[in-house]
Design a binder for this molecule. Structure first.
Ligand code: ADP
Ligand code: ZN
Length: 640
C-alpha cells in the first residue's frame, strides 16, 4: 500500500520521496486511524490527504476555511489530472446543482467544503449518501479559541463527523503548534485516540532579520527596487498606513504595488489579490487581513513595516515567504512608537477580561524582545514555540550572519553630503547624480552647478551605482528626501556627524539572499512561457510549475522526456500538458545565446555601442555578426 502511495507521488506529483511527516501521516490514514498533523507552512500538508484520497475507492471531504485556498487547491489538482471540486457560498444555483450531479456520478475524488455548508441539514444528508472515505480538516486550529484564527463555523464540524461511519478516518492539519491548541483539536473534533505527528517548525530557507533606526519608506523602496523580479508582501498594522504607503509607492514612486485591507470592497480585494497571485503585481501592501489561505509559493520576502501583536502572528505572516523552499527573507522594521499602537489596540478592547489583557501584554513583550535581540532570531522563535533544537547559532539570520563583509563608504558619503550642501539643498536625486558624474545638462549649466567643486567628483562610478547608493543613504537616514512632486535632498543631524568625522558609514556586501537564478536568461524565458500558459488556462503561474521547478529546469536543462520527468514537480500529467513547450524552449537556447544573455544582464540598451559589441564579441569568442548580436540583446531587453 505504501509503495502505491510512493508511486503516486512520483508519477502524479513528480517528487521522488516523501518528507518525513508525510509518509507517517499517510500510513496512519491508510490504516484508517484518526490523525493530527502539525507541520510548518510549506511542509507539504496537502499531499497528506490528497494521496490517500486517490487510493480510496470513494470520496474524501476536505474542510477548508477559505475560498481562495480551495480554489488554489482545486486548480492544482485539475492540472494534475485529478477530479476535484469545491462547494462554497460563491457558487450559483446552477453551479451547485452541477457539482451535486458530478458528485453523484462518482468520478470526483476530492470535495472541498467550506464549514458553513455543514449548517444545512439537507446538504449533509446528501453528503452522507456519497461514499465518504475520509475527512480532512485543514487549518484545524480554527476550531480552538486559543488559536488566533478562531471560527465559529468550525464548531459545526464535530457534529458532521459524528454522523459519519465510525470507520472514516479524520485527519486534522494545522501549522499552529501550541499544546493547548492541539489538545483542543483532539477534544473538540472528537477524535478517536488520534496519532499525533508534530513536525519541526523551522523554516530553514527563511532569513530572519530586524532593522532599526532606518527610514522605513526609503528602506522599503530601495528593497523593492533591488528585487524587481521578486514577489513580496509588506505588512502594516493599520488600513490608514496601508493606504498611505500604497499611495506613496504607487503614485509618487511609480512602483508596481497592490494593496489589500478589510476596508476595501470585496471586489477590489479580489482583483488586487488575483493580480498578486498571477504575478501581475509583484508587491502587496496589506494589513494582516491579507494572507490566510494564500498558497502562492513564490513569495520571496515579507517585510513588516510595523511590529505585529505577537510572535504567533509574526511567524505566520513572515512564513508566507518561501513556501517553495527557495531562499527567502523576513524583515521586521522596528520603531518604538509602533509598540504604543499595539498597546493601544490591547487597551481599547473593552470586552476582554483582565486575564486576557494580561496575556496579550505579555505576548507583545515577547515580540518586542525579539526586535531587541542580539542573539539568533531563529533560536528565539523556535524556543517560543517549544522547539529547542536550535542552540545559539543558526547561521541564517541577521544576528548569526552579522556584517561579515562590509565596505567602508564614508568618503563617498562625505562627497554626497558636501555636494548637497554646496547646491544649497535645492536639488533632487537625478541632478545630484548628474553633477557627481560630471554630466552637465542645460539646467545644471544654467544654475552654474557645473562650477561646484564636487562636480564630476564621482565620475568613476556609474549611474546605477550612484542611484542605489543615494537610496541607501536615504534609507539609513543619513540624508533626506522631501515629500511633494519635486522632492529635494536635505541634510540632517546624521549628515553633519559624518562631515565632522563623528560617524562612519558601512554597507553590507551581498546582504540580500542569493537568488541569482531569477536573472538567469533561461529562467526568465521559462517564466515567460509559464505566464502565457497561466493566462490561457486562467490559473496562477505557480500552479502550473513552482519557481523551484523552473529553477531546476534552467539549471539542469533537460533535453528529453526522460530527463524532464526527473525534474522535481514534473509528473506525467504536467509533462503531457506542458512538457513539449518547455523542452522546446530549453533546446532553443543554444549555448552561445545563453552566454550572450548572461552578459546582457549587466548592460543597458543605451550602452550597446558598436565598440562595446565588438569587445563583447571578442571576449566571448563569438562567431555571430554584430547585428545579430545586437538583435539578440535587444530582443531580450524588451522582453523583460
Ligand atoms: P502546506 O500546506 O503545508 O503549507 P503545501 O502542501 O502547499 O504545504 O506544500 C508546499 C510545497 O512543497 C508545494 O510546492 C508542494 O508541491 C511541495 N511538496 C510537497 N511534498 C513534497 C515532497 N515530498 N517533495 C518535494 N516537494 C514537495
Ligand atoms: Zn540565527
Amino acid at each position: 500500500m505504501e509503495n502505491q502511495a510512493l508511486e503516486i507521488l512520483k508519477k502524479i506529483y513528480g517528487y521522488n520521496s516523501f518528507r518525513k511527516g508525510q509518509a507517517h501521516i499517510i500510513k496512519n490514514i491508510l490504516n484508517k486511524k484518526d490523525t493530527i498533523g502539525v507541520m510548518a507552512t510549506g511542509g507539504g500538508k496537502s499531499i497528506c490527504f490528497q494521496i490517500p484520497a486517490l487510493m480510496f475507492q470513494g470520496i474524501t471531504i476536505v474542510i477548508s476555511p477559505l475560498i481562495s485556498l480551495m480554489k488554489d487547491q482545486v486548480d492544482s489538482l485539475k492540472i494534475l489530472g485529478i477530479e476535484a471540486i469545491s462547494i462554497n457560498s460563491t457558487l450559483s444555483k446552477e453551479e451547485f446543482f452541477q457539482a451535486c450531479h458530478d458528485l453523484r456520478s462518482g468520478k470526483i475524488k476530492l470535495l472541498y467544503l467550506s464549514p458553513e455548508k455543514l449548517e444545512n441539514i439537507k446538504f449533509i444528508k446528501f453528503i452522507k449518501s456519497l461514499n465518504v472515505q475520509m475527512v480532512a480538516v485543514d487549518e484545524a486550529h480554527c476550531i480552538s479559541q486559543w488559536g488566533h484564527d478562531f471560527r465559529t463555523s468550525y464548531l459545526k464540524i464535530p457534529e458532521f463527523i459524528k454522523s459519519l461511519d465510525k470507520n472514516v478516518p479524520i485527519l486534522a492539519l494545522t501549522a499552529t503548534a501550541t499544546p493547548k491548541v492541539t489538545k483542543d483539536i483532539e477534544i473538540l473534533l472528537n477524535l478517536n485516540n488520534p496519532i499525533k505527528y508534530i513536525d519541526g517548525f523551522d523554516r530553514k530557507n527563511i532569513f530572519f532579520k530586524v532593522e532599526k533606526n532606518i527610514n522605513p519608506e526609503a528602506y522599503i523602496i530601495r528593497y523593492i527596487k533591488n528585487h524587481k523580479e521578486l514577489s513580496g508582501i509588506i505588512y502594516a498594522s493599520t488600513r490608514k498606513e496601508v493606504d498611505s504607503l500604497y499611495q506613496y509607492f504607487k503614485d509618487i514612486k511609480q512602483l508596481n504595488v497592490g494593496k489589500y485591507h478589510a476596508g476595501m470592497s470585496k471586489k477590489e480585494r479580489s482583483i488586487s489579490q488575483d493580480n498578486f497571485l498571477n504575478d501581475n503585481v509583484k508587491v502587496m501592501i496589506a494589513t494582516n487581513a491579507f494572507g490566510m489561505g494564500i498558497d502562492k509559493s513564490n513569495v520571496r520576502y515579507v517585510i513588516h513595516r510595523n511590529i505585529p501583536k505577537d510572535l504567533e502572528s509574526y511567524y505566520q505572516e513572515a512564513g508566507r515567504a518561501g513556501r517553495d523552499g527557495l531562499p527567502s527573507e523576513a524583515i521586521l522594521l522596528f520603531f518604538e512608537e509602533d509598540v504604543a499602537t499595539q498597546e493601544f489596540f490591547i487597551n481599547s478592547n473593552d470586552i476582554a477580561s483582565d486575564k486576557i489583557i494580561q496575556i496579550k501584554r505579555s505576548k507583545l513583550d515577547d515580540m518586542v524582545n525579539y526586535a531587541y535581540l542580539e542573539t539568533c532570531y531563529r533560536e528565539y522563535i523556535l524556543k517560543y514555540f517549544g522547539d529547542k533544537r536550535i542552540k545559539n547559532y543558526c547561521g541564517n539570520c541577521g544576528n548569526c550572519k552579522k556584517a561579515k563583509d562590509i565596505e567602508d563608504l564614508t568618503i563617498d558619503t562625505k562627497i554626497v553630503i558636501s555636494c548637497i550642501g554646496r547646491a544649497k539643498e535645492k536639488i533632487g536625486t537625478s541632478t545630484l547624480v548628474n553633477i557627481l558624474l560630471g554630466k552637465a545638462d542645460s539646467k545644471i549649466e544654467r544654475k552654474g552647478l557645473n562650477k561646484l567643486s564636487t562636480f564630476a567628483l564621482m565620475k568613476n562610478k556609474n549611474q546605477n551605482w550612484l542611484e542605489e547608493f543615494l537610496n541607501f543613504l536615504i534609507s539609513e537616514n543619513i540624508i533626506e528626501l522631501t515629500a511633494g512632486s519635486f522632492p529635494v535632498l536635505k541634510l540632517n543631524k546624521n549628515s553633519f556627524n559624518i562631515i565632522k568625522d563623528k560617524r562612519k558609514i558601512y554597507r553590507k556586501i551581498n546582504e540580500t539572499v542569493s537568488l541569482n537564478f531569477y536573472n538567469d536568461p533561461l529562467f526568465k524565458s521559462l517564466n515567460k512561457i509559464r505566464k502565457e500558459i497561466s493566462v490561457k488556462e486562467n490559473v496562477a503561474p505557480y500552479i502550473i510549475f513552482s519557481d523551484f521547478t523552473l529553477m531546476e529546469m534552467a539549471e539542469k536543462k533537460p533535453i528529453n522526456r526522460w530527463e524532464m520527468l526527473k525534474i522535481k514537480g514534473v509528473g506525467n500529467q504536467k509533462f503531457k500538458n506542458y512538457g513539449d513547450i518547455f523542452l522546446k524552449t530549453i533546446n532553443s537556447f543554444s549555448n552561445e545565446e545563453l552566454e550572450i544573455l548572461k552578459i546582457e544582464n549587466f548592460i543597458d540598451e543605451k550602452y550597446l555601442s558598436d565598440n562595446k559589441l565588438n569587445n563583447l564579441k571578442k571576449d566571448l569568442n563569438l562567431t555571430l555578426d554584430i547585428n545579430s548580436l545586437k538583435d539578440i540583446l535587444i530582443k531580450n531587453l524588451f522582453s523583460n
